[in-house]
Write a protein that binds this ligand. Structure first.
Ligand code: BDR
Ligand code: CA
Length: 313
């Protein structure tokens, strides 16, 4: 039976690919998409989620907009340099054919979670603001989720500061709130997502796909510019797709149950995730921390599923 999933996201180019991967996979039943401010402002992440659903011809999947800003501090920047001003630059996708549903993201997640207690996985691949608000405002619904698969965190080097990964950096208080929640939380951090790579040849192959090719390859080529600038290689990290892939095929990642703490101070390590792999702090384990990734298994899954989706449209 397919796992029911809600994707909370901030599309975002890698979010867009992650949504397509989920929609392409019979192992998952995508019940809804919810959006949050992150890579770009909420109006853009919401429009982009709808543009991707249009691309995949999934008018049946509701999309609800959530938080317009982080819980406490509004950070100095976003990721528009990486994803473009729209958040999906290079995709060439038209404006969405519809708007979000009237329900707030938190109300939509709560309603669905209570209708299927213990069954729904929440894939959180943007800042954790919506998830923290759900935990605070609708604790019974939050507890009714089967778990939360988060793309976030970094143990050995960030992408927004030497220590902080973007999703946690953008709203550290929300991430800490989620980690303290007692929910079944898995963190898929940069240590593994930086191994989840597509290269220029992969993108050239994706460009040939019917229906999806121009949009998918166009946005990935845009996304690659920043990667070339930062890492000197013609690659793109598929951060968010790795979290989705783990829901499709749990053999892709191995993880360790340990205590993870977020630095919510205002100093240079704000947004850092302190991952106590050895249990030296004595904190109770509160998350599964992804440690190893089967890179080839992930890459072939992603490429095959995008091809299958394209062929089905
Ligand atoms: C995360 O930050 C965002 O820019 C990406 O969409 C991904 O969710 C990687 O740090
Ligand atoms: Ca994201």
């Amino acid at each position: 039976m397919a796992t029911p999933v809600i994707i909370d996201c901030d599309p975002g180019i890698d979010d867009a690919i992650a949504i397509l991967l989920a929609l392409a996979s019979p192992e998952l039943d995508v019940l809804a998409i919810t959006t949050v401010a992150g890579n770009v402002p909420l109006a853009n992440t919401t429009a982009n989620g709808l543009r991707v659903l249009d691309l995949a011809r999934r008018a049946d999947v509701p999309l609800a907009a959530g938080a317009t800003r982080p819980l406490v501090h509004v950070p100095a920047g976003d990721s528009s340099e990486t994803h473009g001003e729209t958040g999906l630059d290079g995709s060439g996708l038209p404006d969405p054919s519809r708007g979000p549903v009237a329900e707030h993201a938190i109300d939509l997640i709560a309603r669905l979670a209570l209708a299927q207690p213990g069954e729904i996985m929440l894939a959180a691949v943007g800042p954790l603001t919506n998830v923290a608000l759900l935990a605070a405002l609708r604790p019974e619904a939050f507890a009714a989720l089967r778990g939360v698969m988060v793309m976030g965190g970094a143990a050995s080097g960030g992408n927004m500061s030497p220590y902080a990964e973007f999703n946690v950096w953008f709203d550290p208080e929300a991430a800490e709130r989620v980690l303290q929640s007692g929910q079944n939380v898995t963190l898929v951090g940069l240590d593994v997502t930086r191994q989840a790579i597509l290269n220029a040849t992969d993108i050239d192959a994706l460009a040939l796909l019917p229906q999806l090719g121009p949009a998918v390859a166009g946005m990935l080529r845009f996304y690659m510019r920043k990667h070339v600038h930062w890492y000197g290689e013609e690659i793109v990290y598929q951060h968010d797709s790795l979290a989705i892939a783990q829901l499709i095929d749990p053999a892709i990642l191995s993880s360790r149950h340990c205590h993870v703490l977020v630095d919510t101070g205002l100093g240079p390590a704000r947004g850092a995730t302190l991952v106590d792999r050895l249990g030296v702090y004595g904190g109770t384990p509160n998350a599964r921390w992804a440690e190893t990734v089967d890179v080839e298994r992930f890459r072939s899954l992603l490429l095959q599923r995008l091809a299958a989706l394209a062929a089905s449209l």
